[in-house]
Each structure stands twice: as structure tokens, then as C-alpha cells.
Design a protein around this ligand. Structure first.
Ligand code: ADP
Ligand code: MN
Length: 197
């Protein structure tokens, strides 16, 4: 049989992890490099990023009403995942692909939409300090620390996706972040090469 062509020309990447592990920081660093690549001002090594895009799922939930209200006690949206998936589907299933999805859960996304799942992790102490700065309510703080210690996101990723597309990256220091972003860029470049781009 002839090989089946991949449905996308750019990979979809989920950047996930417990709140405070650094998803948005990583995605914004990637977004800056994407912008430069799209403008043609990036170094040649970043050329593969030109068609990627950062999807801040929090903004989608808020701006496109993918929720059943705000939980004041827990300080978060009550997310309507079906509505959220409906909103993300056109971008994530497009021929362009290239969605970098920033979200604290991953197994809601159909495996056919996903090419790489990056699970960011952080030491308990770093995470505690970061969440304290956000003034999280005590119960939410403790729940997130516990989730990180129990590796909830890593388990969720491994249960939902093939092992070869799940990668765990430590996010404790700015050096970690820089290395992680470089690694993701290298992975995108290789993925596109493998698809014959
Ligand atoms: P998330 O989106 O996963 O909730 P953020 O990206 O908002 O996490 O990061 C939370 C806080 O932690 C921010 O103040 C950010 O600057 C800091 N931070 C995130 N990753 C790192 C890292 N690798 N090294 C140092 N600080 C980090
Ligand atoms: Mn975030």
C-alpha cells in the first residue's frame, strides 16, 4: 500500500503540566520565535516555525464562552470541554496544523489531532513559590502541588497517547526553559523534514 499522507503540514503540539510549571512562559518564548520566523528575521534554524501559532486555551475558554461560569471559590472557569473542542477543531484539524496548545489537561484532545505532548514538570519548592505569587486559594494550591507530586499530567499523557509522542521536560530554571524551547524547535524542524517539507 502507498503511505498515507499526513493530514497536516505542521505538527500540533500540546504543552501541558500542572499550573505554574511554565506552559505559558514556554509558549510565549516559542511565539516570539515564530513571529520572527514568519517575518523572515529569524536565524535559518528557526525557519520551520514560520507557520506555527500559539493557542492560549484559557483565552479561548473565556472569549468564546466555553464554560458554565466562574468558580469564585476555586478561582477558575468551569470548562465545557465539548464546546472547547468544537472551537479548537477547525485550527487543530486544518491542513496547516501547527497549533501550540497551552493547557493544563491533555487527554481531551483526540489522538489524531496531536503530534507531540510536552509535559512540563517542576520541583515542589519552585512550584510552591510560583503558585504563592499567584495568590492561589490554599485548597487550590495544595491540590496543584499534590497533582505535581503524583505526576497526574504525565500519567494522563501516557494513558492517552503513544509513548513516542510524550516527552517530559523539567522546568525549574530559566536555563531549563531555554533548553526546552530549543528542543521543541529542533523537534518541529525534524518532524517537517520527516514529512518531506
Ligand atoms: P503555567 O502557564 O504553566 O501556569 P507560567 O508560564 O505562567 O506557568 O509560569 C508561572 C511562573 O513561573 C511565572 O512567573 C514564570 O516566570 C515562572 N517560570 C516558569 N517556568 C520557569 C522556569 N523554567 N524557570 C524559572 N521560572 C519559571
Ligand atoms: Mn498559563
Amino acid at each position: 500500500d502507498a503511505p498515507v499522507a499526513h493530514p497536516r503540514r505542521n505538527p500540533n503540539i500540546i504543552i501541558t503540566g500542572t499550573p505554574g510549571t511554565g506552559k505559558t512562559t514556554h509558549c510565549e518564548a516559542l511565539a516570539a520565535r515564530i513571529e520572527a520566523a514568519a517575518a523572515g528575521t529569524a536565524p535559518e534554524g528557526d525557519a520551520a516555525l514560520a507557520e506555527l501559532r500559539h493557542i492560549a486555551v484559557n483565552d479561548v475558554v473565556r472569549d468564546r464562552n466555553c464554560h458554565d461560569g466562574w468558580d469564585a471559590e476555586y478561582q477558575s472557569w468551569l470548562v465545557d470541554e465539548d464546546k472547547l473542542l468544537d472551537e479548537l477543531e477547525p485550527d487543530m484539524t486544518s491542513e496547516r496544523g501547527g497549533c501550540i496548545v497551552d493547557w493544563h489537561a491533555c487527554d481531551l484532545f483526540p489522538a489524531s489531532w496531536v503530534d507531540l505532548v510536552v509535559v512540563l514538570t517542576a520541583d515542589t519548592e519552585s512550584l510552591y513559590d510560583r503558585l504563592a505569587l499567584r495568590k492561589y486559594p490554599e485548597a487550590k494550591m495544595q491540590e496543584n502541588i499534590d497533582a505535581e507530586i503524583m505526576q497526574v499530567l504525565l500519567t494522563e499523557a501516557h494513558e492517552a497517547y503513544e509513548p513516542e509522542i510524550v516527552v517530559e521536560l523539567a522546568s525549574n530554571t530559566p536555563d531549563d526553559m531555554e533548553a526546552n524551547v530549543d528542543r521543541i524547535v529542533a523537534w518541529v524542524t525534524q518532524w517537517r523534514k520527516d514529512q518531506g517539507a
